[in-house]
Design a protein around this ligand. Structure first.
Ligand code: LMR
Length: 404
């Protein structure tokens, strides 16, 4: 048996981490996976997370019993308020079905699975993905029998948003289509619509009765402000648009390996929300039975304690601020120091964890092979991998591949 099983290629993002770890070159740089690093290239355990961890360790009332199937209630309700707003009309009306998930990936999966079972697709079972998008979106959808189709998003000519293309595809898609939308800090491009553009997007979505499938993996990372980065989601809720939100605490709480996430489905009324949640619970039971406790307890402590919450906001500003500093420095090196051919202003305009440099696959590969700088083939770099010690080396190396 298993003779027919073909060898699968390694994951395009995590293979970079493995190759980087193997690499013996002293000045190697990992700009592959979207994971925050401090100025010494080290993973950063947020001070607020350290504090919350010690509180949990000393809490004699805690045990290792199962959580409820839909997760820790005080975590999911606080997580819903974080993304939808403390005074969200949907939260107040009790019409948010929230389920704890295995980070953002699990939320995307559960959301897609739920749609696959219960959404009344108009014609084909398909979901529109931005071109490009996080590579895993494709596999997550296909796993549940949904065909991913693409909508224009990124314009290589401007290294910015293809707003016309996006709007036109919203207009030309069949009514009640599902659009997967990055809530903020678009992965991989770092290119987000402006608030005016979001309003126009929401208007067409309303007209066409489309369903918005928000992926929110970087709340706080874009601007350093949790509320500002939730603006689009909250605006869509205010407009009464049907939607769900996939939420991850991997990046903004630095809890990558703890797999803390949530799926929030926002139906029109509390009674529907209740039925939706009952089905999410059934799906979750067959997949993971109950979500893991530790990370959810940490985030719950942070979200539900005013002091810890303020500390967390400070930690987020530290991360977002360092990333913004690196954008400025990389841009300065390329434009003022090296006078690298081409325009590099997009590095400043893009936001969040990533920058889409505009480097082509051959140039990206050359950076890996010759400079030991790891990045994805599409020219995406994780800004969090840059620091004051390596930014000059990275800029010089980019300059080298651009000049050929
Ligand atoms: C990334 O895009 O690098 C991150 O979201 C990590 C992942 O799971 O791919």
């Amino acid at each position: 048996i298993w003779q027919e099983v073909p060898l699968a290629p390694p994951d395009s993002i995590f293979k970079l981490t493995a190759a980087y770890k193997e690499d013996k070159f002293k000045d190697k740089v990992n700009l592959g996976v979207g994971a925050y690093r401090d100025d010494n290239s080290k993973p950063w355990v947020l001070p607020v997370v350290k504090k919350a961890t010690s509180i949990l360790l000393n809490d004699e009332t805690l045990d290792h019993e199962y959580l409820p199937i839909t997760g820790l209630a005080e975590y999911t309700s606080a997580a819903a308020k974080l993304i939808l707003g403390a005074d969200s009309p949907a939260v107040k009306a009790g019409r948010v079905s929230s389920v704890q998930t295995i980070s953002g990936t699990g939320a995307n999966h559960l959301g897609a699975l739920f749609l696959s079972r219960f959404y009344q697709f108009n014609g084909k079972k398909q979901v529109f993905l931005s071109n490009p998008t996080w590579i895993n979106h494709y596999a997550i959808l296909r796993n549940v029998g949904i065909e991913p189709v693409e909508y224009p998003y990124y314009d290589p000519k401007t290294i910015g948003l293809d707003f016309e293309g996006f709007i036109n595809s919203l207009k030309s898609a069949p009514e009640r289509s599902v659009f997967l939308i990055h809530a903020c800090a678009h992965n991989p491009t770092g290119v987000d619509p402006t608030q005016e553009q979001w309003k126009a997007i929401a208007e067409v979505i309303k007209e066409k009765k489309h369903y918005s499938f928000f992926d929110s993996a970087y709340q706080g990372f874009a601007s350093g402000d949790l509320d500002k980065d939730a603006w689009a989601v909250r605006y869509f809720v205010e407009q009464g648009l049907p939607l769900l939100v996939c939420q991850s605490f991997a990046k903004n709480a630095g809890l990558y390996g703890e797999r803390v996430g949530a799926l929030h489905i926002v139906p029109p009324d509390a009674e529907t929300a209740n039925r939706v949640k009952s089905q999410l619970s059934v799906l979750q039971r067959s997949e993971i039975s109950n979500p893991p406790a530790h990370g959810a307890r940490l985030v719950s402590l942070i979200l539900n304690d005013a002091g810890l919450f303020e500390e967390w906001k400070r930690d987020i500003r530290t991360m977002a601020g360092r990333i913004i500093d690196m954008r400025n420095e990389l841009h300065r090196q390329l434009t003022e120091v090296l006078h690298t051919p081409g325009s590099w202003d997009h590095i400043l305009q893009q936001i969040g964890m990533f920058s889409f440099t505009g480097l082509n696959p051959a140039q990206s590969q050359k950076l890996i092979d010759e400079a030991h700088i790891y990045l994805t083939q599409n020219g995406r770099i994780s800004m969090a991998g840059l620091n004051s010690h390596n930014v000059e080396y990275v800029a010089r190396s980019i300059d080298g591949v651009v000049r050929g």
